[in-house]
Design a protein around this ligand. Structure first.
Ligand SMILES: [Zn+2]
Length: 314
């Protein structure tokens, strides 16, 4: 496991630089440290949350217009992903390749500058625009692990997330445990077929240049057995699987009923994992995750109080 992670890290370090680095990016190439700049979180710096997107969020959140009506060809170069990536060029400054984040999790290491990755699974949903509003107010970027089927039904929040500097990774097309893991054992053919379907949907929704570096297994890699072949199939597609090392607990059998309880779950899981310098926090932007939404400012403050910057998983 350690050797595999080291190989991933090494392979990452020799990749060519991004083709369209943001003009204010502090990095020109992924490196082993890969500390993102604070271009996004700092209110004083240029950040993709300001600009001509203002006002659109409330409208999108309020109208509830049929999502399919908003699916249209995307021609604005600032709101589509850098070719071969899962985020816009302006987000390069704080994006870390998924292979590096995977290695940090696998080896329980991290960057020199503590970095938090807020991740949201199971969207897009009717809650996602509100999550985006909250992230915009907090000046924090996040990574959305989207379900292909939901992207197909409700593409607008994912398109908005992309345009506002967040990253979109994939979380299967079907989210069907019985199909992906019959008998709780990974089925490589089904997982790969399902992934390819999700990717084709995502390219249609987010643009043909979209390419995710990260995939989160529904339920998490840690929950199943026999995923070795599926891991290889994903790697052959340029994708690393990503679990987490702290969480809000919003998908637990007994999810937090209040922000205080959600903060207690975060604190407990964060401490149990040894206060990792690369903190990958599991949340959900499914329709019922209102406690998570309400607690987001406190989650962000938790990490800021401990000196973390915020990054996205590229
Ligand atoms: Zn899920």
């Amino acid at each position: 496991m350690l050797l595999g992670a080291a190989a991933l890290l090494s392979a990452c370090a020799i990749q060519p630089p991004p083709r369209n680095a943001a003009p204010y990016s502090l990095r020109t190439a992924p490196d082993a440290d890969a500390t993102p700049s604070d271009a996004y979180p700092s209110p004083d710096s240029h950040d993709p949350l300001t600009g001509d997107q203002s006002g659109s969020s409330a409208e999108e959140g309020a109208t509830g217009a049929p999502a399919a009506a908003t699916e249209k060809p995307r021609t604005d170069a600032t709101s589509v992903p850098t070719s071969g990536s899962n985020h816009i060029p302006a987000a390069d400054a704080y994006a870390v390749p998924a292979a590096i984040v995977h290695a940090w999790l696998a080896t329980r290491t991290g960057p020199a500058t503590k970095t938090a990755f807020l991740t949201f699974d199971d969207g897009p949903s009717s809650l996602t625009p509100q999550v985006l509003d909250a992230l915009k107010a907090l000046h924090v970027p996040a990574t959305f692990f989207a379900i292909g089927r939901s992207l197909e039904l409700n593409p607008a929040p994912a398109q908005r997330a992309m345009a506002e500097g967040h990253a979109i990774c994939l979380h299967s097309y079907s989210h069907d445990y019985a199909y992906l893991y019959p008998g709780r054992v990974g089925n490589v053919v089904n997982i790969a077929t399902d992934f390819d379907h999700a990717l084709s949907v995502a390219k249609r929704v987010l643009g043909p240049t979209y390419a995710p570096g990260g995939y989160r297994y529904p339920g998490g890699h840690m929950s199943w057995t026999g995923l070795e072949d599926a891991d290889v199939a994903l790697a052959q597609r340029g994708v690393s699987w990503i679990d987490w090392n702290c969480m809000s607990g919003d998908a637990d059998a007994h999810p937090p009923a209040s922000p205080d309880e959600a903060m207690a779950r975060l604190t407990k899981t964060f401490v149990e994992d040894g206060s990792p310098s690369a903190a990958v926090m599991l949340n959900h932007d499914k329709a019922g995750a209102h406690v998570t939404l309400a607690t987001l400012p406190r989650f962000v403050q938790f990490f800021r109080d401990r000196g973390y910057r915020f990054g996205i998983i590229g």
